[in-house]
Ligand binder design. Structure first.
Ligand code: ADP
Ligand code: 5GP
Length: 204
């Protein structure tokens, strides 16, 4: 390939709208912070609807909260290279990002935010080195546990599993570009907004 062609490809790639990865322990407030950011409407952004094999919770809407797939559907999508990343989370269910939720939007100028676990974040960092990765933490482990319980969506068994996963995930915070402490919600949203805004502005 000629040099000018290479340059054009590099330029158009970096000119895509940003890919933002938000990760952190279950119950820390990732969904709340990202939903608030999107609700502000200050940046052209969407959240990718990811796929999972776990059962839907009360109030979750298929195709909005998640794509709820069977294990067979998930494995077929993986085999056909339709997943940008995927992981087994909390030791049991598959979770993953369909490419169709990301690529065409970024090309069209809409930033995409992924709320995914640390294993998925590591895969994205490799396949998309220009992505912005943000790790969200609670002010303390006790606060994290209280939020997880307060959400009231999980059985005790699942809460324990999520807390165990949280300990492992917290040890990987340093892999991320930025860490946001979600203590005051408005401040956490404002910090994320600024990071994403800077990334939009840094486009070639
Ligand atoms: P995650 O997506 O990380 O699993 P959620 O967004 O579902 O977490 O938040 C878990 C619980 O914590 C929810 O009940 C949410 O309302 C609450 N929460 C989120 N952010 C804050 C905050 N800054 N202060 C207090 N509670 C919060
Ligand atoms: P929950 O079951 O509480 O909705 O989510 C459990 C965990 O799965 C969360 O930490 C969430 O970030 C992660 N997760 C959700 N979607 C994806 C995905 O597409 N890929 C990966 N790797 N993790 C995901």
């Amino acid at each position: 390939m000629r040099n000018d062609q290479l340059q054009t490809e590099a330029l158009s790639h970096s000119a895509h709208a940003p890919l933002v990865v938000v990760s952190g322990p279950s119950g820390v407030g990732k969904t709340t912070v990202v939903d608030r950011l999107l609700h502000l409407g200050s940046l052209p952004m969407r959240r990718a609807v990811t796929a999972t094999t776990r059962a839907s919770r009360d109030g979750e809407i298929p195709g909005v909260s998640y794509h709820f797939w069977t294990r067979e559907q998930f494995e077929a999508a993986r085999e056909h290279a339709q997943m940008l990343e995927w992981a087994t989370v909390h030791g049991r269910d598959y979770y993953g990002t369909p490419r169709s939720e990301v690529d065409e939007y970024r090309r069209a100028g809409t930033g995409v935010v992924l709320v995914i676990d640390v294993q998925g974040a590591a895969q994205i960092r490799k396949s998309c080195p220009d992505c912005l990765t943000v790790f969200v933490v609670a002010p303390s482990f006790e606060v994290l546990e209280a939020r997880l319980r307060g959400r009231g969506t999980e059985s005790e068994d699942r809460i324990q599993r999520r807390l165990e996963t949280a300990r492992q995930e917290l040890a990987r915070a340093s892999e991320f570009d930025h860490v946001i402490v979600n203590e005051d919600l408005d401040r956490a949203v404002a910090e994320l907004e600024q990071l994403v805004r800077d990334r939009f502005n840094a486009r070639v």
